[in-house]
Design a binder for this molecule. Structure first.
Ligand code: PAJ
Length: 285
């Protein structure tokens, strides 16, 4: 696996790969790799001739007072994991390389960026969209792989790719979970032992929503109120940012299941102690 730090070098490597006619798969990450990330690499490896991963802890998607400073960094360990999974190139630019002094251009995906997580993390998706666009331009992949764990992010990236006519296929990969069901996340490291045990409540509540809908409840507001209450009653849950039902394609809010609906997205964000966790499930009707 070759490590690349400079944009100009990355572009020249990509140009050579393109000349050889290779199909390029790209997996963008912020590092601290776990099985969720590794699964994206595996998918890219199966579908492409060459896999490029990026590890860039993107400061512009963190708000003031968020966890940028304490976000886990394990670059050397990450490289070993990535290499073992068959990553061919690791793009690992510094902050100044991606945002040189004077950088002033931002990408905003209107509407989708201010709902759900965007309501509680203003500016977050502007930072995500901007860095993803920059990375897609540098790497110019055929396919780019995103996890459903960050469902809203995936929908925003798809919208941006469509709106800006970017010639890349966005492939979404199912959420990889711990044995008890907790969605894998770099932020799970922040949880104390007791919090870790209880953190699965988020997934449990999403599954309860699934059962209630499958059993015939159509009033999603009613389910939401019940499950938000369930979450709030847990002493480890400090705050529930949202528990929403949405259209999986447009993220439009849904208050009722209607005949003809095929799928509903249930998505939630809650604070377990001082750690903000997100999760979602697609409910098949
Ligand atoms: P990061 O949180 O490192 O995640 C990188 C990719 O891994 C994202 O597509 C995310 O959805 C996926 N992922 C994380 N946990 C997962 C899990 N348990 N199962 C499946 N996929 C999972 O998301 C980001 O970084 C950044 O916002 C980024 C897109 C790199 C832009 O900075």
């Amino acid at each position: 696996m070759k490590e690349i730090k400079k944009i100009i070098e990355c572009k020249s490597v990509v140009e050579k790969l393109r000349k050889k006619g290779y199909k390029i798969g790209f997996v963008p990450t912020m590092g601290s790799l776990h099985d969720g990330h590794l699964n994206l690499i595996r998918m890219a490896g199966r579908e492409c001739d060459c896999v490029i991963m990026s590890i860039f802890l993107n400061p512009t998607q963190f708000g003031p007072g968020e966890d940028l400073g304490k976000y886990p960094r394990n670059f050397r360990k990450d490289c070993i994991k990535a290499k073992n999974e068959g990553v061919d190139y690791m793009f690992h630019p510094g902050v100044e390389e991606m945002y040189p002094p004077g950088h002033r251009t931002w990408v905003e995906v209107g509407g989708l960026s201010s709902i759900m997580c965007g309501r509680f993390r203003p500016g977050h998706f502007k930072g995500v969209a901007t860095v993803v666009l920059k990375l897609l331009d540098i790497i110019n992949p055929d396919n780019a792989y995103f996890g459903e764990k960050d469902y809203q992010q995936m929908v925003i990236v798809r919208r941006m790719v469509k709106d800006l006519n970017l010639g890349v296929k966005i492939i979404s990969c199912p959420t990889v979970r711990e044995e008890d069901g907790l969605a894998m996340s770099s932020r799970n490291k922040y949880l104390s032992k007791e919090e870790r045990k209880e953190a699965v409540i988020l997934y449990r509540c999403l599954n309860m929503a699934d059962s209630m809908i499958v059993e015939g409840e159509k009033n999603l507001k009613k389910i939401k109120d019940k499950l938000k209450g369930e979450l709030k009653d847990n002493k480890f849950v400090k705050k529930v940012d949202y528990f929403d039902f949405r259209d999986p394609l447009t993220l439009e809010k849904k208050n009722r299941v209607r005949s003809g609906d095929k799928e509903v997205l249930a998505a939630a964000a809650a604070w377990i102690g001082n750690t903000r966790l997100i999760d979602n499930v697609i409910i098949k009707l």
